[in-house]
Ligand binder design. Structure first.
Ligand SMILES: Cc1cc2nc3c(=O)[nH]c(=O)nc-3n(C[C@H](O)[C@H](O)[C@H](O)COP(=O)(O)OP(=O)(O)OC[C@H]3O[C@@H](n4cnc5c(N)ncnc54)[C@H](O)[C@@H]3O)c2cc1C
Length: 557
């Protein structure tokens, strides 16, 4: 059996930031299903927020985030995020991140949606890639142990405290136990629940699902962000930085339609509002040539600016859809992008179970509430990744090693071997694509009770069918078919929670918009949803939102 004081699941920005901190005083290992440089964090283009300009303020960043969250974010946690942002940005800079610069040498900042100041620090349109590179260099520098191509399938909690994990080492083909005093879950988001998404193929919400199965509730899962500008037909992200640099959205009448929906902020309204506006244009027949996309027009920015500030966007558009954004408008449609909910933690990443921590997109601190502001999530990974690392290291100093229960391994071995040995049954990918379609059609940008009830019925049917899935590949070596089957179980579990939470929440708030309850209802619904595990019927409860400074008011842009 392998032992490490702290096991971190995931080598994205959050996992690596936590590891760098914790490794200063504890024995740390990172388990990751992919090489660190392939984490989804590396796809982030636009930038990372921090009030570092003398004319900006922490208060303004805090207020923009609270308002962006539609008042569902916890204000004490948001204040920590925004006040620690400048130190974390400078720390990343000192570690070696090559930020773009202003003429006077300071870190360049661009406009991002829903904010009153141009506070999004960036490195061209490859900010996530460069931050991830910096973090990986630090991991190598600190000699932190990495288990690459290890796919974690189970978290083991006994008598309320963490004992370790079970993982499938894809290279050796073995199931392994890694015993730990503390586990930090940093597995990222779950965009792959939807058929059109900006998320990488591995964003299947594994960490949230394994934590949930271990008996820890999840918070606010109904809040899924759709990013306004995904490449039409692909879902691949075209960064908000395009609009930050001055890009327009136009409909079939060549009209900048955002003036109807967000007269002050126009294209730089918050993401929930801009996504709904695009979808409304499409539904009302003003999509380009009657199809379900509109245009993002960058042509007036000129070739030099596009190639300097948005080179990756230029390349993506050319490679994926053959559009040259210097001379042609980009066809775009909203794409499932970000999981606001997740594993509930305090501002030190600690969860309910002793020794269990979470950070990054899989966690819900909650700083994004019902709608995340662009640029705040990479910030969350480094601020709360660092904090989780500090606290986990402190925690392991204070506790003794505990036994890893044998039954926890044998039951997992049985679950996985059963899938491998089953000779007949449905293929995981057929169920997966039916799930993605129903979530996209019925639990997407616009929702209503009838459609969501139908979706829930379908999910229950798919859950039952998934009990008899069978994989074609019977080898234990790097079996992606098997991993697909395990991912499917996770996707189904989370899709059910999203739908249940959304069906129960009879109001509209942030990214959760109901045609049948179109207004926000603070009296009944200014509260977090908390979902508890049950194999058949997960149960929902509610928790208060922490309000310190800003009382809820109407959200206008
Ligand atoms: C296209 C795109 C653009 C974005 N642009 C921005 C932006 O400009 N600004 C911003 O602030 N935010 C942006 N975001 C959001 C932000 O990038 C992510 O929320 C954030 O980077 C997530 O980091 P993370 O460390 O939590 O997870 P990730 O970077 O997703 O890393 C997850 C890690 O967990 C590992 N893992 C997952 N499951 C398992 C398992 N079962 N076993 C073992 N390992 C596992 C993976 O291998 C990976 O190493 C963007 C997101 C996308 C998709």
């Amino acid at each position: 059996m392998i032992n490490h004081e702290i096991v971190i699941i995931g080598a994205g920005l959050a996992g690596m930031r936590a590891a760098i901190e914790a490794s200063q005083s504890a024995d740390v290992a990172i388990l990751t299903r992919l090489h660190p440089m392939r984490a989804h964090s590396g796809a982030a283009q636009g930038g990372i927020n921090a009030a570092i300009d003398p004319d900006d303020s922490i208060e303004s960043h805090t207020f923009d985030t609270v308002k962006g969250s539609d008042y569902l974010g916890d204000q004490d946690a948001i204040a920590i995020l925004t006040s620690e942002a400048p130190r974390d940005i400078y720390e990343m800079e000192h570690m070696g991140t090559v930020f773009s610069r202003k003429d006077d040498g300071r870190i360049a900042q661009r406009a991002f949606g829903g904010q009153n100041f141009n506070r999004c620090c960036y490195a061209s349109d490859k900010t996530g890639h460069l931050l991830l590179q910096t973090m990986y260099e630090q991991i190598l520098k600190h000699n932190i142990k990495l288990y690459e191509d290890w796919y974690v399938t189970k978290l083991v909690i006994e008598d309320g405290s963490v004992r370790g994990v079970v993982a499938y080492d894809q290279i050796s083909g073995k199931l392994e136990v890694v015993r730990a005093k503390a586990v930090i879950v940093a597995t990222g988001g779950a965009g792959r629940i939807y058929s059109v998404t900006s998320n990488a193929h591995i964003c299947t919400g594994d960490g949230m699902a394994i934590v949930f199965r271990a008996g820890i509730p999840l918070r606010d899962m109904e809040f899924i962000q759709f990013h306004p500008t995904g490449l039409y037909g692909q879902g691949i992200l075209v960064t908000e930085g395009c609009r930050g640099e001055g890009g327009y959205l136009t409909n079939n009448d060549d009209e900048r339609f955002m003036k109807k929906y967000a007269p002050t902020k126009m294209e730089l309204g918050p993401r929930d509002l801009v996504s709904r506006s695009i979808w409304t244009e499409i539904k009302e027949g003003r999509g380009i040539d009657g199809k379900d996309f509109v245009h993002l027009d960058l042509r007036h920015l000129g070739k030099d600016k596009i190639l300097e500030r948005l080179p990756q966007v230029h390349e993506l558009c050319l490679n994926y859809i053959g559009v040259d954004c210097i001379t042609q408008p980009i066809p775009i449609q909203p794409t499932a992008h970000y999981t606001m909910g997740g594993i509930p933690t305090d501002a030190w990443g600690e969860s309910q179970a002793k020794g269990l921590f979470a950070a990054g997109e899989c966690a819900c601190v909650s700083v994004h509430g019902a709608n995340r502001l662009g640029g705040n999530s990479m910030l969350e990974t480094i601020v709360f990744g660092r904090r989780a690392g500090v606290k986990a290291a402190e925690f392991v100093r204070s506790v003794e090693w505990q036994e890893f229960p044998d039954h926890a391994f044998s039951s997992e071995q049985k679950r996985i071997t059963e899938i491998m040995e089953r000779k007949e049954g449905e293929k995981p990918w057929t169920i997966r694509s039916e799930l993605q379609d129903v979530m996209m059609m019925k639990v997407g940008i616009f929702r209503d009770g009838k459609e969501m009830s139908e979706a829930l019925q379908k999910i229950v049917e798919l859950k039952n069918r998934a009990k008899n899935i069978c994989v074609d590949d019977k080898s234990w070596l790097y079996n992606t078919d098997l991993v697909g089957a395990l991912e499917l179980q996770n996707l189904l579990l989370l899709a059910e929670l999203i739908t249940l939470g959304a069906l129960a929440r009879e109001e509209s708030r942030g990214a959760h918009y109901r045609n049948d309850f179109p207004t926000r209802d603070d009296e009944k619904w200014l509260k977090h949803t908390v979902a508890f595990y049950d194999e058949i019927n997960p149960r929902l409860e509610y928790e208060d939102v922490t309000i310190t400074t800003y009382q809820p008011e109407a959200r206008k842009y």
